[in-house]
Design a protein around this ligand. Sequence first.
Ligand SMILES: *[C@@H]1O[C@H](CO)[C@@H](O)[C@H](O)[C@H]1NC(C)=O
Ligand SMILES: *[C@@H]1O[C@H](CO)[C@@H](O)[C@H](O)[C@H]1NC(C)=O
Ligand SMILES: *[C@@H]1O[C@H](CO)[C@@H](O)[C@H](O)[C@H]1NC(C)=O
Length: 568
Amino acid sequence: MMKLVIFSSIFIIFVNSLYVPYAKKRIDQSVVTQALNALVPLDQRIDAKVTLNYQNMASGKDFSHDNSPYPLFTSIDASVMQGPTYKAINNLLQYYTKPDIDASETMTESWNSSISDFLDTIISTQVMQNAWQFLQQNSLSPTDKDAFKSQLYTLWFQLYARNTAIGSSGFESVFSGETNSTNDVVRFNNWIKFYTQEQSTNVNYHGWFTKANGIQITLQFAWNDYHAMKQSFLLNSSPEFEFSAYTICALSGGDCTMSINGQSIEIAASTLSKNGQTVIDECYALSGGGPAPATTKKPNKNDPELQTLVDQMWAADKDRPQTGDIKINWGNKVNGKTDVSPDPMFTHVNEDLYKKPVYADLITTYNQNLFTPQVCTAESPMSGFKKSYLQTVFNTFTSSPAFDLAFKYLQNKKYPNTSSLDAFKPFLWNLWFGTYSRCSGTMGSSGWEHVFSGEWKGDEIDGQHDWTRYYLLEKAGKINYYGYYSYDSQLIGTFQYTWEKYLKPKGGFFTATSPAFDFSILTVCALEHSGANACQFNLDNYPIYITSYTQKCDAGTCISTAYPSDEP
Ligand SMILES: *[C@@H]1O[C@H](CO)[C@@H](O)[C@H](O)[C@H]1NC(C)=O
Ligand SMILES: *[C@@H]1O[C@H](CO)[C@@H](O)[C@H](O)[C@H]1NC(C)=O
Ligand SMILES: *[C@@H]1O[C@H](CO)[C@@H](O)[C@H](O)[C@H]1NC(C)=O
């Protein structure tokens, strides 16, 4: 009896280790998120090589409504499909000719060897090497390469039956698409297949339901005679990235979150157990969670009118950069006081923006070098052409729709001198342009110079919270970006850089607002909610914390500093 028990338990251990050595298991979600986020910078995304045309939203009720006359993909640079993993996946896709889940399929030798080539190509990528390392560290995958390849083969390519016919596989479900007997697309979750089918006019895009531009889309389309009422996939990511991310998620619990370009992405990756083996059921990505950090930060809602004001100002700020006007490369996380980000922060700025008066008038003041950055050098008097350039931009800012809203808010709050804009402007002028000292009595500073232009104090940069100023100095080779502390999408960041020989150890600004918006909100915060992180609101769903202080000056009240941050 005893012998039998021992024998059978040895047998079970033996069977276990032989057939299911790396069963999936639930891993702490934050660890999985970290692992997935680590893959993102390794992905060779094709953002710059693709033009998408989202057009209208799809009809949730009626499939016969084609709300988008043009293809989703306007163009993709021809070089993309020449990449080794793209070649391998397109080669493999030609064997998936029976999307019907009830049609049985037979693996052929050439099909099988195309799978093998695909797996070899994917496994050799940096993305998959990194994913494999994570899987090994968590005992989810073997360390031997052939054994790992075999695990991926079973997980993704083993044909199985959803009903009776053996004709499904994880790869087919995710990367090729599956249909059912009522001619519905039941799974189809990859952009490459969509794109190639759209190119050969087998796919007709109907519109989108939700999307994170250039990152993810939930959409409707016809695929031959099949109806894809609502499917989701990632955009612009490489096949190795999707294959790796979905593998990690499928083996570690199935519900994952990651962040791509600041956008929170949720992955659903379910598995099935077929003949004692774990196989992929379906994997897709959603962007419903909104911007990545929004859920973790809670802004102070002590002034509901402030949030209303900010929402209205955001809507009214037509001068701010629109999608695609700016592109930021946040580079690497700050490490001490060294340059850990070789590239500039601004990858691209559509300088047509600078024709708008709020930028043009501001840039004129920069080009005229009206201020001496050294806080210990006295500023030239506020008169003559200096005063007239500054008055021009001051008038432009104060006649912007954003400022108009800010002024009405201050009127509502019964702030002194707000009986009319004309009555308020002299006070506001002094608030920003009144001079004071930051260096033993030398009148070398003003709120405007500090916030917009930036100053030098000791061997550091003081102030400088205007993205236009930063961009122009960076473009001129005078600013060297070191790395970020934190950021929210392309909206705002906290980072480190040098300007000539001066270091900004930690600073930041809005990157997706107009300077008139910044001027207006900083004014409101300085007058109504001054103090460290005392002015809090959500901007485009991100919590923002503005620190501002005023001080007594010859002119009355002057702004000492005012700047926004993505973190308290
Ligand atoms: C396909 O290849 C795998 C190994 O890569 C092998 O185990 C399997 O027997 C092959 N199947 C067919 C039908 O050739
Ligand atoms: C086919 O899939 C669609 C969409 O998922 C579903 O509504 C329909 O009931 C399915 N048909 C059958 C026969 O399962
Ligand atoms: C603003 O209001 C204050 C107090 O009501 C007043 O003393 C001051 O003269 C007004 N004007 C300016 C420009 O500050």
